[in-house]
Structure formats: structure tokens, C-alpha cells
Design a protein around this ligand. Structure first.
Ligand SMILES: Nc1nc2c(ncn2[C@@H]2O[C@H](COP(=O)(O)OP(=O)(O)OP(=O)(O)O)[C@@H](O)[C@H]2O)c(=O)[nH]1
Ligand SMILES: [Mg+2]
Length: 674
């Protein structure tokens, strides 16, 4: 079977869900086209999605183009749900990037295109809504070439733009201009093509150019551009043909048993009886029903083994029950009780889960309306976190409040509504604050030796913490001889060190750090075996936080806040007012204002991410409603002035005496889900 796992990506409201509906209709999967505005589409099925008319969760549907099965993942466009897009990206063969013919390239369009380019995901661009008033063609192509990629080819012409009669006519062999444009773009990426072209101008026949276009598109070197309307159906048949002709098609490979299979879980939902259902893309081997399957394995983690109790595969229509799923396919699996989004499936190596987009930069305190709901709320949030690993929550030590990390206000409202609808828990939120991080100022080392009066544990641990480049994460290395310490003790040190670095000297995470084990020692067991007089993993787990904290104090840390880059278009006569507002919001300006598309000024620079909502709010007043702001997370930079302190969870060993007291009472609560 021929397969294409396709993602539909775009800025919010560009028409992804409407286009999905149109594709399903054209393929004969549905008899009637649902409408987002009526809440009747195939992919916006959650009550909240239908109420709000926006997509919140990625959804999978399937249809056939001839003998090609297309599994389509409709993704949300709102930046608060970018994590959904990130998870889908890992399982795609190709993508359609949708752009509105009226609004043109928007902030999220650029973020997505950059990621598609970086991941080399073959992509076709679809300019939607050509029936809407204000739709453009030349303007859109120029915008796309300037702001997304110069390597684009318009695949046809649009007529009667901005009217219900708008049509899209694909170019063919008779359009000399099209062939010339193809030759220009393709010879940039294909040396053989270029050599032939130079030798013989007629060598590049139309069929040759078309096949070179397919090859370049499949390598994500060139992006074909189609125009149309999900609403009227204009241009959609050309797009459908392009999916089959220009994107990479894989064949499913027959395999048996669950040995040597490999896949990724990109979505988890609950079935009718509350059971977990995992959406998996299989990359290698096969998974069969009733056979044991390993899942959730990662570096340093063996994962779990469970029997698959049910399989449904997507096969050109609704997911149907199956005995097995093969490499290349997308399936729903039942039976993996502890599965989480992002888990690897099988033994054929684990996929490196890399983050493509910025982490959540906001945190809020979530408070149940009824105090009695506190435990239930904790449980409900853990359940939501299974489906969305970025719903990261922790409980603070002092007031025992639940802190939730967030992308933005819409996500907060969605969590609130979900808790009410699915769990019957009404919640409110306290202040929303910015999530900072801590960076090591320099290296710092510390050691605790067995037998010293201050060390009540049967363990010697020495650690050195060294700064690592931003984004590189925590790396663990040994300066003691391998084998000097039993593996279980090393694992205990590593795990506890990572957990301790979740809250640095000011309470913020220290994300980038090299941890070197410099000293070790333990009480070996007497000949008759391990006893209470010999060391245990608990000794290492409990001593490590103290060593890490001392090393951190010696290294010192600086607190860094997230900053976003922004691009702001404003009418010339508002520039002074906008500049004053930018200064008040601690923004730094990069380039002097260039001319904008509509004759206005363009201001660009950086602004603390936490101030972006204020700027967004003030902009219409400052610019008579004409200002357009685009912003996205750029980096972390040192907070000017006094460092803000974050509330701690109760396992933080900042104060040695308190920490030891809690260890003695056995009262160490590891409440963070992260
Ligand atoms: N005129 C016109 N309107 C369209 C077209 N496609 C979508 N719309 C409308 O645009 C709005 C957004 O459409 P959706 O399909 O929900 O857009 P989306 O990209 O899925 O939005 P999110 O999932 O929330 O990011 C709806 O009101 C649609 O009816 C089109 O081709 N022409
Ligand atoms: Mg949608």
C-alpha cells in the first residue's frame, strides 16, 4: 500500500480545518461538507473547538487519492497550542502550509515555515480564501518569496480573485513562462539539470522539468505554490494531484510480531470507557494485537512492556479495527496503560525528542473553587499532562499551591473549561508570571565524604557543575573510574542531580549544565550480601541534592528572562507614540524603521516576552487600529537589576538543616511532573 502521512499547518484561521473538510469531501469520505462556523467538521470534534471555532488538538483523518492512502493531521494554528504541532512534526512525510490570500504571511506562518525548512519536511504551499474580498495573487507571491522562501514556484494563475467565482487554472506544457520559471528555480538546486541546460537550451523538456520539480520538492529544496478556496473548492483538485505527484510517498512494509519495531506516540486520548488510546506512527517493523510491546523507553529508562489489546488503522477512511499495524502506517493502539505523548514504541532505537519551538514562558497558580477538590485537581492535571507533556505543574512548598506552566491566555481558558467539563472541577487562576531560567556564572564544585560528621549518609559524592551553551541541556559525565561505583548508585546520582537542577539558587530551572562526578565512595556489602550497614541507592539519592546545591552556590547563577523578537508595522504618524511605549515596556530597538508594505514604518527589536501581551493590548490605541505586531520567543537574557525569586517545591535542599530534617521524617514530596 502507498502511504502519505501529511500535516496541515498554518497561522490561526487560515483555513486548515475547512481545507481538510474539503479534501475529505472530494475523496468521497464524507457526503456533506461540515463548516467550522457551524461546529460540524470532522476534525474539530471537541465541544470547546466547536464552541470557539478554533482547533485545539491535532486530529487525524484519512482519505484515498487513487491507490494512495493519505493520513492527514489537522493541527491548531493558535500559538498557545504550538506543542500539538511540534508532536505532529515528528511523524510527517510531508506538509501543506496554508496561507490566507487576504492576510498573507503571518507571524505563525513564518515560525512554521522555518521549522519545516529546518526539519527538511517536503511542503506544498496552499494560498486559501481566494474567494474573499481583498484576496491577492502577485502580492502574495512576493510576500511568500520575501518572507518564507525564495525557492517557490507558482503552479498556476488565479482569476476573478475576491469573488465567489474565483478560479485557479494550473499551468501546463504550453505556458512558456512557467517552464522558464521552473528551469530558473530548479537549476539552482540541480547541477546535472544546470549542465544540460547550459549545453542545450532545449534539453529541459516539460516532463523532465516536472520530474525534477517532484525530486526537488521531495528534498524540501523547492516549494510549489497553489491557490484556491476551501470554501468554494477552487484549486483543491490541483492541490490533491500535487499531494500524490510531488510529496514523498512511502510503501507500508509487511512485517510480523512486535520484535524490532519502532514508532512514536504523537497523541494520547481517552476512549469511551476512560481507557487510554495512543496514536502511533510506526517507522519500522510491525505491531500485532495480543503481543507484548515495549514502550516509553528512553536514554537511561527501560520503559514498560504491555500487551496490545486493540488496534485501529487509518486506511483511507475512518480508523478500522486491524490485527496489526505496519511500518509507515498511523494507528490507534489500546492496552498501553501508562503511555504518554512523545513515548517511543518498540525496541528499534528510540527517537530523539527534540523541541522545535519555544518552551512555555508563563506560569500561573491554579486554585480549585472548592477546597475539597484539591486532590482531585492534582489527579486531573496529571491526566491532562499525559495527553500534553507541556502541561507541566508543580506544587509549591509554602502554600501547597499548584503552579501550571502555560503558553498563553487561551490555553489557560481551555484548561479551565476542560477541568470543568471533563472532571467537574471549577478552578480559578491567580497572577500569571513569567518563567525565568538560571544560568551558571562559572563552574563550581563540591564534595561530601562518608564519615564526616555533617554527612549522615553512607555515601561519598563529589560533583562539578560547569556552564553549557544555551539549549544544550544537562549532560552527565564521569571523572571517577567506570566501575568504581555500582551502576544503580550512579543512576541515583544522575536522577537526583537532574531533579535538583529543576530549582536553582533562585528557584528557577538550571537547564544547561555539565555535571561531572569527581568523587565517589560507598560501604560495600559484607560477604553474606547487602545489609542495612552497607550503602543503598537512597543514600546517593538523598545526598546528591546537598552536593548540587553547594556546587551551585559556589558557581553562582544569574537569572535570565525570556525575550521575544518583534516586528511591528505602524503608520508613520504613530511612530513617536509607539517608540515611547516600546521604551516603557523595556523593548530594545534593532534597526531603524524601514518602509513597510503599506508605506508605514517597520520597527524591529527585542522585548521581554512577559510584556508582549501589554504591547498587543496598547497597539490599536497607539496606531488608530493600523498597527500590526508579530513576535516570537527569541532567547533568554539576564534580568537587569535584582533577580526575581520563584516559589519552591518542598524537595528543594536550599537550607541544609531543613532538608535533613525532612529526609529524617521521610517527608520528601517529589511533586513535580516535569
Ligand atoms: N471565504 C472563505 N472563508 C474561509 C475559507 N477557508 C476557511 N474560511 C473561513 O475561515 C475561518 C477559519 O477557518 P478554519 O478552517 O477554522 O481555519 P483553521 O486554520 O483550521 O483555524 P485554527 O485551526 O483555529 O487555526 C472560518 O470562518 C472559515 O469558514 C475560504 O476558502 N474562503
Ligand atoms: Mg482548524
Amino acid at each position: 500500500m502507498q502511504l502519505l502521512n501529511l500535516g496541515i499547518l498554518a497561522h490561526i484561521d487560515a483555513g486548515k480545518t475547512s481545507l481538510t473538510e474539503r479534501l475529505l469531501f472530494d475523496a468521497g469520505v464524507i457526503d456533506e461538507i461540515g463548516r467550522v462556523d457551524d461546529g460540524s467538521t470532522q476534525t474539530d470534534t471537541l465541544a470547546l473547538e466547536r464552541e470557539r471555532g478554533i482547533t485545539i488538538k491535532a486530529a487525524v483523518v484519512s482519505f484515498a487519492i487513487g491507490d494512495l492512502t493519505v493520513n492527514l493531521i489537522d493541527t491548531p494554528g493558535h500559538p498557545d497550542f504550538i506543542a500539538e504541532v511540534e508532536r505532529a512534526l515528528g511523524v510527517l512525510d510531508g506538509a501543506v502550509l496554508v496561507i490566507s490570500a487576504v492576510e498573507g504571511v503571518q507571524a505563525q506562518t513564518r515560525v512554521l515555515m522555518r521549522t519545516l525548512t529546518r526539519l527538511r519536511i517536503p511542503t506544498v504551499i496552499f494560498v486559501n480564501k481566494i474567494d474573499r474580498r481583498g484576496a491577492g495573487y502577485d502580492r502574495l507571491l512576493a510576500d511568500i518569496a520575501a518572507r518564507l522562501s525564495p525557492a517557490i514556484v507558482a503552479m498556476g494563475s488565479a482569476h476573478d480573485l475576491g469573488t465567489a467565482a474565483a478560479v485557479w487554472l494550473p499551468y501546463g506544457p504550453a505556458d512558456a513562462g512557467f517552464s522558464n520559471r521552473l528551469a530558473d528555480v530548479l537549476t539552482l538546486h540541480d547541477d546535472t539539470l544546470l549542465a544540460d541546460y547550459v549545453a542545450h537550451e532545449d534539453a529541459l523538456t516539460y516532463p523532465r522539468l516536472r520530474s525534477a520539480l517532484a525530486a526537488a520538492t521531495r528534498k524540501a529544496l523547492v516549494y510549489p505554490v497553489y491557490f484556491g478556496s476551501a470554501m468554494t473548492g477552487a484549486g483543491v483538485s490541483s492541490l490533491t494531484a500535487a499531494l500524490a505527484q510531488l510529496l514523498p510517498v512511502t510503501s507500508d512494509q509487511a512485517g510480523t510480531g512486535n520484535a524490532h519495531c519502532g514508532g512514536t506516540v504523537f497523541k494520547v486520548e481517552r476512549g469511551r470507557a476512560g481507557e487510554k488510546v495512543a496514536y502511533v506512527r510506526l517507522f519500522a517493523g510491525a505491531v500485532a494485537i495480543r503481543q507484548p510491546l515495549r514502550y516509553g523507553a528512553a536514554a537511561g529508562r527501560a520503559g514498560k512492556i504491555a500487551k496490545i489489546t486493540g488496534i485501529r488503522v487509518f486506511n483511507g477512511g475512518p480508523a478500522i479495527p486491524a490485527e496489526s499495524v505496519q511500518a509507515g502506517q498511523i494507528a490507534k493502539l489500546w492496552g498501553l496503560a501508562d503511555v504518554r505523548v512523545g513515548d517511543a514504541i518498540g525496541d528499534a532505537g528510540t527517537m530523539e525528542v527534540t523541541h522545535q519551538f519555544a518552551p512555555p514562558t508563563l506560569e500561573t497558580v491554579v486554585v480549585p473553587a472548592r477546597a475539597a477538590d484539591r486532590t482531585a485537581l492534582h489527579l486531573a492535571l496529571s491526566r491532562l499532562a499525559e495527553q500534553d507533556p507541556l502541561i507541566n505543574f508543580r506544587q509549591d512548598a509554602g502554600r501547597q499551591e499548584l503552579l501550571l506552566s502555560l503558553y498563553g491566555e487561551v490555553q489557560k481558558e481551555v484548561i479551565q473549561a476542560t477541568l470543568a467539563a471533563e472532571f467537574g472541577i471549577e478552578v480559578g487562576f491567580r497572577e500569571t508570571t513569567t518563567i525565568c531560567t538560571e544560568r551558571l556564572a562559572r563552574a563550581g564544585a563540591a564534595a561530601e565524604f562518608m564519615g564526616e560528621p555533617a554527612n549522615p549518609f553512607k555515601a561519598t559524592i563529589g560533583l562539578r557543575l560547569s556552564p553549557a551553551p544555551p539549549g544544550s541541556g544537562t549532560r552527565f559525565q564521569l571523572e571517577i573510574e567506570r566501575g568504581a561505583l555500582p551502576a544503580a548508585f550512579l543512576t541515583a546520582i544522575e536522577k537526583a542531580a537532574r531533579e535538583t537542577l529543576a530549582e536553582g539558587l533562585y528557584g528557577w530551572q538550571v537547564p544547561d549544565c555539565v555535571v561531572t562526578v569527581t568523587h565517589s565512595g560507598y560501604v560495600p556489602p559484607p560477604p553474606q550480601g547487602w545489609s542495612k550497614y552497607s550503602s543503598s541507592a537512597a543514600d546517593f539519592r538523598q545526598l546528591t541534592p546537598l552536593v548540587v546545591m553547594t556546587a551551585l552556590k559556589r558557581a553562582r547563577t544569574v537569572v535570565c528572562e525570556p525575550v521575544s523578537s518583534f516586528r511591528l508595522e505602524t503608520p508613520q504618524d504613530s511612530v513617536t507614540a509607539v517608540l515611547a511605549a516600546l521604551a516603557r515596556l523595556a523593548a530594545t530597538k534593532q534597526a531603524p524603521g524601514a518602509a513597510g508594505a503599506c508605506g508605514g514604518a517597520v520597527l524591529a527589536g527585542e522585548i521581554p516576552s512577559g510584556r508582549v501581551p501589554e504591547l498587543q493590548l496598547e497597539l490599536p490605541g497607539l496606531t488608530g487600529g493600523e498597527g500590526v505586531l508579530e513576535s516570537e520567543f527569541a532567547r533568554y537574557r539576564q534580568v537587569p537589576g535584582e533577580f526575581p525569586v520563584r516559589r519552591r517545591t518542598d524537595h528543594n535542599p536550599l537550607c541544609r538543616e531543613e532538608y535533613l530534617l525532612r529526609v529524617r521524617r521521610g517527608a520528601l514530596g517529589w511533586s513535580s511532573t516535569g
